[in-house]
Design a protein around this ligand. Structure first.
Ligand SMILES: NC(=O)c1ccc[n+]([C@@H]2O[C@H](COP(=O)([O-])OP(=O)(O)OC[C@H]3O[C@@H](n4cnc5c(N)ncnc54)[C@H](O)[C@@H]3O)[C@@H](O)[C@H]2O)c1
Length: 314
């Protein structure tokens, strides 16, 4: 084939690919619009074994309570044994099959040991909800290095260790569901949250890249991914420190109950992103495509920032 023919072929194939992408985009927009009116059916979680990290309080605790009615087996991991044991008791009193483990999810060895224990005591984990997290909140230079490492260990590395333990069986079984509780701070960086925000951006990147990797494996896998983006809600975590300008518009979105309800609904509809509340987080997604000066102005308008907590020493 001559050089000219090769060049022509290249541009013809590229033009065909762009055309296919264009029609695919139109189709997906249309499908998403239809799904706004007729959402996908809720899937049953009855035969699932669901691991929830950071289950002892806040959003994790509410997700466990929300899952009771689904009939799934619940495996609750938290570093706080006392509160986690209390939760497991409460779940069992409500009729759930629940198991509690004291685990520091940032410690790879402890994650391995606990994962083996779960496989023996319960069964294969078929769904992971990576929720445990910490939120250092002050100016970047006032973080001490230990605190920065800890944030990455708890918020990011823990998710990688946990997925490494359970993903191989999901691949063997050709099905599973991986959920990450991310944050609006995983989409928009704002003052006093440089470290926290970078951990949440990392979670976002991990979920997106892993999903792409699994989609390109030779087997036909039915492993779903859901990333949840809550704004601020009242838990021990953020009480009185994270500001948003519009909580009065929809006060219920600031409760962990609301975040849990929307999260479980999103999981049951196999949604890839769950934005809580949809309006503000979707707005944040759109902002990213605007010129940076517009983005900064809109970030001010949203008014999302964090009051600095006690400053760590350097
Ligand atoms: N509260 C908010 O405003 C908000 C907003 C967006 C995203 N989030 C995310 O939601 C998730 C849950 O936060 P929350 O608000 O419920 O906080 P929370 O402090 O109420 O709960 C976090 C739980 O994680 C556990 N945990 C912390 N470190 C751990 C470790 N090393 N090993 C095991 N368990 C550990 C804690 O004991 C606690 O039970 C976090 O990932 C957070 O980033 C929270």
């Amino acid at each position: 084939m001559t050089e000219v023919k090769r060049g022509l072929m290249f541009w013809l194939v590229a033009a065909k690919d762009v055309l296919v992408l264009y029609f695919y985009t139109v189709f997906i927009f249309f499908e998403s619009f239809i799904q706004l009116i007729f959402p996908p059916k809720l899937k049953s979680l009855k035969n699932e074994t669901i691991l929830i990290t950071g289950s002892a309080s806040g959003i994790g605790r509410m997700i466990c309570l929300e899952l009771v009615s689904t009939g799934a087996k619940l495996v609750c991991w938290d570093i706080n044994k006392w509160d986690n044991d209390g939760l497991v008791k409460e779940l069992r009193n409500l009729g759930a099959t629940a198991f509690g483990y004291e685990v520091d999810v940032s410690d790879r060895q402890k994650v391995r040991t606990a994962a083996d224990q779960v496989k023996t005591d319960v069964s294969d984990v078929t769904m992971i909800i990576n929720n445990a997290g910490i939120m250092p909140c002050h100016s970047f230079l006032s973080h001490n290095p230990k605190e920065i490492s800890r944030a990455f260990e708890v918020n990011v590395l823990s998710q990688l260790w946990i997925v490494r333990e359970f993903l191989p069986r999901m691949i063997e079984r050709k099905c599973g569901h991986i959920v990450a509780i991310c944050s609006l701070s995983g989409l928009i960086g704002s003052r006093n949250l440089s470290v926290y925000s970078s951990t949440k951006f990392a979670v976002n990147g991990f979920m997106e890249a892993l999903q792409d990797e699994l989609a390109h494996r030779p087997e036909d896998l039915n492993i779903k991914f859901t990333t949840v983006y809550p704004t601020s809600c009242d838990t021990s975590f953020s009480k009185n420190i994270v500001h948003t300008r519009f909580p009065w518009l929809m006060p219920e979105f600031t409760t962990p109950q609301y975040v849990a309800k929307r999260t479980v609904e999103g999981i049951r509809r196999n949604r890839e992103s769950v934005c809580i509340p949809p309006s503000i987080v979707l707005f944040a997604f759109c902002l990213k495509s605007l010129p940076s000066k517009v983005f900064y102005a809109a970030r001010e308008l949203l008014g999302i920032y964090c009051e600095p907590k006690a400053t760590a020493t350097r």
